[in-house]
Design a protein. Structure first.
Length: 428
């Protein structure tokens, strides 16, 4: 017998059998529950989508209680150990790890698309010298839609694949240009002899040397961080990507919207906020005071807590190990001691324990980025580069999903009832 849920409507005495599939009921099945023929039917009220699945997805699995994260079935720990960002991006986008030949072709294709149109460079020159790189990043990604009008043909699989290549290849170039612009240094063209992250470091940090040689430990650390950030199922920015994409907008416009969602301090802006918080705390002695203020509701412990993880974020554990390797090269970040003390106290304190608040991906990533020489306002951009793979995989999956339509939630109207217009001189 199929799983069903029996609902008795006490208003009418009627009973309804609602099918339960994969642990969920379809919200539309509730629509049949009506008190009269002109009743609209029962809706669910779920602000912030805390208990609503908006899609079926085969990309990323999270078990928030156990702290498990899988991309296409592969544990994040194994990918961080053995894979590269480009290989992981392929896995996320196409569902399987590539063969050597597939990986070579994929890497070559990405490499061929790293250059930006010269007009994009001019466009970026228009930003204020102190413009936030994330603002530059998301506007420039949106502007790419004007350079590639073919991207509008979102139903065409080959066109979609081309835009995916372009976007994955070009986001590091945009990010690096945004950074060079903000510090007034000339833009560096991509060096296609280098790896994905090696080339990114080249475009960021090359000075007068003829050939930039990335430090192998830092190059690998950045690659690991990119693997960890590549996808995270239906988070705020991915929902934005799917939501905008559901109106059949081109992927550049959709991705600009996703990046805008990522910018906020509760999402991808959290790593920047963590560093600001650590600097404000200043010394280990002030940590207990800070924790007391958080518990009083005067601000949040940034980099802690997660909608889905109710245990240690597995990405945070890997980042903590990566930090040790990076600090051996760059020297220890003095803010690390404050972060470790915050974590130690928070993991023992009933406020955090009872709410299941643990360090998330953003708690330690900023410390690594800072040690590698990135300014704080580049941190959300460093999140957006690898998340581009996840956004595009989710967007492509949505377009292939026959269950999907334009995203359009309902509301419960709580405003004024019908009333007549009042002339201006009669208003009180
Ligand atoms: N510091 C102090 N209290 C917190 C925190 C925090 N970081 N996070 C949640 N709480 C409290 C919150 O006040 C609430 O307490 P109460 O029940 O007494 O009202 C309870 O814990 C549940 O919080 P919530 O706001 O209902 O949880 P949520 O699922 O809506 O929010 C979150 C998740 C990530 C937005 C939130 O934990 C937060 O603001 N964290 C700090 C920002 C941060 O680190 N964001 C990065 C998230 S991971 C990467 C990413 O997605 O980009």
């Amino acid at each position: 017998m199929a799983d069903t849920l029996t609902i008795t409507d006490n208003r009418t005495g009627k009973q309804y059998e609602i099918p339960v599939e994969q642990g969920a009921i379809r919200a539309m099945d509730l629509r049949q529950i009506r008190t009269s023929p002109d009743d609209f039917g029962l809706m669910t009220y779920d602000p912030a989508f805390q208990n609503t699945a908006s899609c079926r997805s085969r990309i990323t699995f999270i078990d928030g209680d156990k702290g498990v994260l899988l991309y296409r079935g592969y544990p994040i720990e194994q990918l961080a150990e053995a894979s590269t960002y480009l290989e992981t991006a392929y896995l996320i986008l196409f569902g399987e790890l590539p063969t050597s030949a597939q990986l070579d072709r994929w890497t070559r294709e990405i490499t061929l698309h790293t250059m930006l149109h010269e007009n994009i460079k001019k466009f970026m020159e228009g930003f204020q010298y102190d413009a936030h790189p994330m603002g530059i990043f998301l506007s420039t990604v949106g502007a790419l839609s004007t350079i590639y009008p073919d991207a509008k043909r979102i139903q065409d699989e080959e066109t979609r694949r081309l835009q995916i290549l372009r976007l994955i290849a070009k986001v590091p170039s945009i990010a690096a240009y945004a950074y060079r612009h903000s510090i007034g240094r000339p833009y560096i063209y991509p060096d296609n002899d280098l790896s994905f992250t090696g080339n990114f470091l080249n475009m960021l940090f090359k000075m007068t040397e003829l050939k930039y040689r990335p430090h192998p430990v830092l190059e690998r650390a950045l690659d690991v961080l990119f693997i960890l950030h590549a996808d995270h199922e239906q988070n705020c920015s991915t929902s934005a990507m799917r939501g905008i994409g559901s109106s059949q907008a081109d992927p550049y416009s959709s991705l600009a919207g996703a990046a805008a969602a990522l910018y906020g301090p509760l999402h991808g802006g959290a790593n920047e906020a963590v560093l600001r918080m650590l600097r404000e705390i200043g010394t280990i002695k002030k940590v207990p005071d800070f924790i007391t203020r958080v518990k009083r509701g005067e601000g949040r412990l940034m980099g802690f807590g997660h909608r889905v993880y109710k245990s240690y974020d597995p990405r945070a554990r890997i980042i903590k190990q990566t930090a040790d390797l990076v600090f051996e090269v760059t020297g220890r970040n003095p803010l690390l001691d404050i972060a470790l003390e915050l974590e130690r106290i928070a993991l023992e304190d009933d406020y955090f324990v009872s709410r299941k608040l643990y360090p998330n991906v953003d708690f330690y990533s900023g410390l690594i980025y800072q040690a590698m020489g990135f300014p704080e306002d580049m941190f959300p951009v460093l999140f957006a580069i690898p998340r581009t793979a996840g956004w595009l995989a989710q967007w492509d999956e949505m377009l292939r999903d026959t269950d999907q339509k334009i995203a359009r939630p309902r509301q419960i109207y709580t405003g004024a009832a019908l009333r007549d217009y009042v002339a201006r001189d009669e208003r009180k």
